[in-house]
Every structure is written in structure tokens, then in C-alpha cells.
Design a protein around this ligand. Sequence first.
Ligand code: SF4
Length: 337
Amino acid sequence: MGQVADIIRERQVGSIITYVVNRNINFTNICIKNCLFCAYSVDFNSKDGYFDISSDYFRRKIEENHPYRITEVCIQGGIHPELKFESYLEILDNLKEIDPNIHIHAFSPQEVAHAANTSKEDVEDILREFKKVGLGSLPGTAAEILDDNIRSIICPNKISSAEWVHIIELAHQLKIPTTATILFGHIEDYHHWISHLSLLKQIQEKTSGFTEFIPLPFIAGNTQLKKNFSFHLNKLTGLDYIKFYSVSRLFLGDVFKNIQTSWVKLGFPLAQITLTAGCNDFGGTLFEENITRSAGGSFGQGITPEEFQTSIRQIHRPFCERGTLYNLFETNNFIKD
Ligand code: SF4
């Protein structure tokens, strides 16, 4: 299956493996949603909680600890009870002030829904406002499994499947591209995978607004889902993961040119294998990954562009740095002037 997916990948998108030099910033870990698969969020009163949307905070995060030219910031946070629509606008304003050229990839459909709930405007107007002040694209997270029975168990307080689809389709209509994701390998069954992929395919056929598909394996580690459902959890092997990425290429590749592996969830060796079994994109440098690490992930918080390049050379493939929307850069764009 991997070999066939690799051949199809070559036909559909060629041999170059891409990556993006980005910075991940999670501005709060305080969240009222209590998703059972999430080990990152804490309650409002927790001593471990943090919340900072100041310009200083974002500047520090963008500039600290590395010499690279970042082309994208990926901004997501918990649903803090005091976050309002205006707070999200403030975040975008602050980021644009720090670097007007940086691509802002921010706010999951859950965050967009929350922004709308805290204002008098509907989702469409919220998205328009976000775009006007600099939002470049939306992460297609909060999709988990687009099946309300599964959602009622793993994330009962989140937006429904229909709301996720509605927000994504509105974004695409407004020419705000999004990614598409799935969180797989917990309590779902094979048929949920197929219906999830079919739904994404239908949306993409209609809008062409997805930039890539990113399968995300569930890391059980410290999650409530593991505590409550340990006997019922799917126990996927490395081989199952590779099959999932291959199936993604075979099933979606004619409309999703880009299938992204996840080095954060899989680690480098397994991620390299998925890049020879259907995937064509390595994802981002991140520089500060918190969500998977909180759940027990142990593959690091960030990597450098050079590490991406070494890893791609090891599997004898060409590489190229890309922007968020898959525009290719001259090699070594990431070196600061
Ligand atoms: S997954 Fe997101 S919405 Fe759910 S608890 Fe974690 S931070 Fe909150």
C-alpha cells in the first residue's frame, strides 16, 4: 500500500518534500472545554495556568532562542473564559505590528465559534473582520473525528461536526484557506475514518480551500480519555500509522495535493517512512510544541530547518522550504539577513 501511495504521490505532486519555518505559540492553556483527549489544558484556577496576549509576549516568542527567519506563526490557545472577540482581534493586531509580512495561521474553528459567541456578530462577519486585520489562514484543528457520537464522548463541549464544516466552508468562501485534520487512533472505528475522509473530500471538491491534510495520531499518555477508556482504546502500531498516511494519499490525493506527516506525533524515523508512503510535506519547525508533549509525546518541541534537510537527504529526496500556502522558496530562505 505504501509503495502504491508513493507512486501516486510522485504523479500527483512530484518528488520534492516541503517544510515550513514557523513558530507555534499557544497563548493560554486555560480552557473551559475539557476535551478528554487533551492533556494540555488546565482549569481557570489552576496554578499552572497562563494567559498572555500582549505584544511583548508574542515578540518574545517569535524572536527567542533561534536565528531563523520565520515565515509563519501558528497561533492557537485554550478557550479562556475571559477571551472575547476583541481579544482575538488584539492578537492579530499585535502580530501584524511585530511583523507585517509574517503569515498568521491562527484560530481553530472552535476559537472562531467562541469569538462569535462573545460578540453580536455572526461567524461570517467574524471571519471577515479577522481577515481584514491580517488573518492569513485557519488551522483545521478541532475536527477530531467528524462524527457527533464520537465527539459526544471525547469532546462533548466542543462545536458539532456540522458547525466545524460550516465554519470551514465559510472560511473557504471568504478565500481564507484552511488545513484539514483528523485525530485518529482512540475510540473510533474504521467506518469513522472513511466517513471523515469522505466529508473532507466533498468539501474540497466544492471549495478547493484546504491547503493540506494532516492526520494526527492520538497520543494517549496523560489524557483523561486513557484513564476512562483504557480497555477500549485502539492500540495502533507503527504499521497502522503508515497505512493511515498511505490511505490518505490514495483516498484524497486527487483533490488534496499535499498530505502532511507529523514528526511531533510519530518521531523522525517513522515520519521519514510516511514520506516514502504517500506524504509529501514534513510540517513545520514549530520551535515550541506544547500539546503533544503534555500528553506524553517525547519527540521534542521543535526542530531546525537543517534537521529537516538532513532527514530528507537520508531518504534520498529533494527538499524545499515553502510558505504556508505551498509557495516554494529559494533554498535557505530561513537564514536571517
Ligand atoms: S483540545 Fe482545545 S478546546 Fe479541547 S480542552 Fe484542549 S485546549 Fe480546550
